[in-house]
Design a protein around this ligand. Structure first.
Ligand SMILES: O=C(O)CCC(=O)C(=O)O
Length: 218
């Protein structure tokens, strides 16, 4: 039994024996942000998420990374593993999730989700700073990044990039992402908005995030 269940222990005991399964995407709720950015949200898309968390935590070849910060190298505060376009994903349910998302967004996205980036947040000290996924085409084109979250609930924060304050929603959004929840950032979100997983205080258990992206989006 994993340690992130807290008050939901009873539900978790049942869930531990449940095979992973994906629900309908029909209940997805869209929120328009500003300048053509939006998020779609579907809590509890994945059931049997305990098994998914446990298998990914144990089987994925997690890597530590270091990056330059000013004049020194620092540890990136999370573990990572990237699955490229033609690589097998570590669990069949993740292939199914990617294919279901590709089918659901086929018309609007015009291409398929191709890659999967996995991140392991070991506790509340692990985080990712404000950024947009702008290394690739997300810097100049509308695209989508779909995130499936398992493990400890963590906040995904979104805020407009400086100078982008018009539109229906323009201040910082703190969106809680729980065990089995799905969020999709779409439209101009990667270039007109930024997102982050802020550090969290208290007894915060581990979380794994699975991000599906089209080819050429990082
Ligand atoms: O952990 C998450 O859900 C977000 C990850 C993320 O923003 C990224 O890796 O670019």
């Amino acid at each position: 039994m994993v340690g992130f269940m807290g008050a939901d222990l009873q539900a978790s005991l049942l869930d531990a024996f449940e095979d992973p399964a994906l629900g309908s995407l029909g209940g997805m709720q869209r929120t328009e942000l500003s300048r053509g950015a939006w998020i779609d949200v579907l809590p509890g898309w994945l059931t049997g998420a305990d098994q998914v968390y446990e298998r990914l935590a144990a089987d994925v070849p997690w890597q530590e990374e270091r990056r330059q910060m000013y004049d020194r190298m620092v540890d990136v505060p999370r573990l990572l593993c990237f699955y490229g376009e033609n690589e097998d994903l570590p669990l069949p349910i993740l292939d199914e999730a990617r294919d279901r998302l590709s089918a659901y967004y086929a018309e609007e996205l015009g291409e398929q989700f191709r890659t999967a980036g996995l991140c392991f947040y070991r506790d509340g000290r692990d985080s990712v700073a404000w950024h947009g996924d702008r290394i690739g085409r997300g810097n100049r084109e509308d695209t989508m990044v779909a995130i499936l979250s398992v493990g400890e609930p963590r906040v995904l924060a979104l805020r407009p990039r400086p100078g982008n304050t018009s539109g229906p929603v323009s201040s910082t959004i703190r969106h809680p992402l729980g065990h089995g929840d799905l969020i999709v950032m779409g439209g101009s979100c990667q270039r007109t908005w930024e997102h982050a997983i802020p550090k969290a205080s208290g007894r915060i258990g581990p979380r794994i995030s699975i991000q599906f992206r089209p080819a050429g989006v990082r």
